[in-house]
Design a protein around this ligand. Structure first.
Ligand code: DGY
Length: 323
């Protein structure tokens, strides 16, 4: 029997690509070139499975292409807000993702940004590199304490809880949380975490606010000019979730007015484009969507996508079916 035809949109870790080659008639993106909507449409027509990732856009107009051969989008990544799920459902496409394996690396990046923002790490690095540093003095680049401060988590799934553990056990932080969607199972007994009844309460009480909710219609611009006003003037906002959760223009205005102390961002509305104004501000630390970017995590994500493909083509239950 012919092996199923699989299309991979971007470069994956080599060990996983080697396994794909053994098991499938696979087309890889050796040059790691961003692909166009036209290329995605033709992949949907020519392949049994397409494996997109978080930077590939699959809106309805791509998914609704006629003469589709593809039956499954095995996404490399846990977030799938780049795929129009309603259109995929209507077209009978299966979608899978890769949850559970990027928890710690993403929580580590959230802690990195929290520390960078609190202690002005990126700004200090820029100062030294520009040879403008005049030497130590008692009032130079004063910043905020992390140890003992209150961390407010919006969304309280796996990544938020992992960050809470690092913050609480490593930095003695007080943990509070608010979950916009109904609570699932929380294992919080070692954290003494307090649940806030609403977003306002969380924003008013937190020294650091970290976002961990999915990017969707309900969470779009959850952080906006009104909600930013509720944050303490000493507070920092950390976003490792999705860019759309924050109204970027409102955040820029708040940072410019020093209405909040700082922000640490790993994700952006319309990434990889980052507004020029954000680039000029010293009180924001910027990373290029590095949350899951360790070799072992990205390999584990590839393995998960592969396990989903294997199960699909073997007619077995899918480990991570989204629809
Ligand atoms: C995901 O998997 O959705 C992450 O954003 C990738 O880092």
């Amino acid at each position: 029997m012919n092996k199923p035809k699989v299309f991979i949109t971007r470069k994956w870790p080599e060990s996983v690509e080697a396994k794909l080659k053994e098991r499938y008639q696979v087309t890889l993106n050796e040059d790691d070139r961003p692909l166009s909507a036209g290329e995605f449409k033709s992949a949907l027509q020519q392949y049994d499975a397409v494996c997109p990732t978080v930077c590939d856009s699959f809106p309805a107009e791509v998914i609704n292409i006629a003469n589709k051969r593809c039956k499954i989008l095995a996404n490399f990544g846990v977030g799938y807000n780049h795929i129009d799920v309603t259109a995929a459902k209507q077209q009978g496409l299966v979608i899978t993702n890769t949850p559970g394996v990027l928890t710690h690396s993403t929580a580590d990046i959230a802690m990195t940004l929290l520390l960078m923002s609190a202690r002005r790490g990126a700004e200090g690095d820029r100062l030294v590199r520009s040879k403008q540093w005049q030497g130590w003095c008692p009032t130079h680049m004063l910043s905020s304490n992390v140890t003992g401060a209150t961390l407010g988590l919006i969304g309280f799934g796996r990544i938020a809880q992992a960050m809470a553990r690092k913050a609480h056990h490593g930095f003695d932080m007080n943990i509070i949380y608010f979950n916009p969607s109904p609570a699932s199972e929380y294992v919080v007994d070692d954290l003494q975490a307090t649940r806030c009844t609403n977003l306002e309460e969380l924003l008013q009480k937190s020294d650091f606010v970290s976002l961990h909710c999915p990017g969707n219609a309900e969470t779009k611009h959850l952080i906006n000019s009104d909600t930013l006003k509720l944050m303490k003037v000493e507070a920092h906002l950390i976003n490792t979730a999705r860019g759309d959760v924050v109204d970027t223009q409102a955040l820029i205005a708040a940072l410019k007015k020093q209405q909040i102390s700082g922000a640490g961002l790993d994700v952006y509305e319309g990434e990889p484009t980052v507004p020029d104004e954000l680039l000029t501000l010293d009180n924001v630390s910027l990373l290029p969507h590095l949350g899951s970017a360790t070799l072992s995590t990205r390999t584990a994500m590839g393995e998960k996508a592969l396990a989903n493909l294997d199960a699909f083509f073997a007619g077995k239950p899918l480990p991570d079916q989204v629809i």
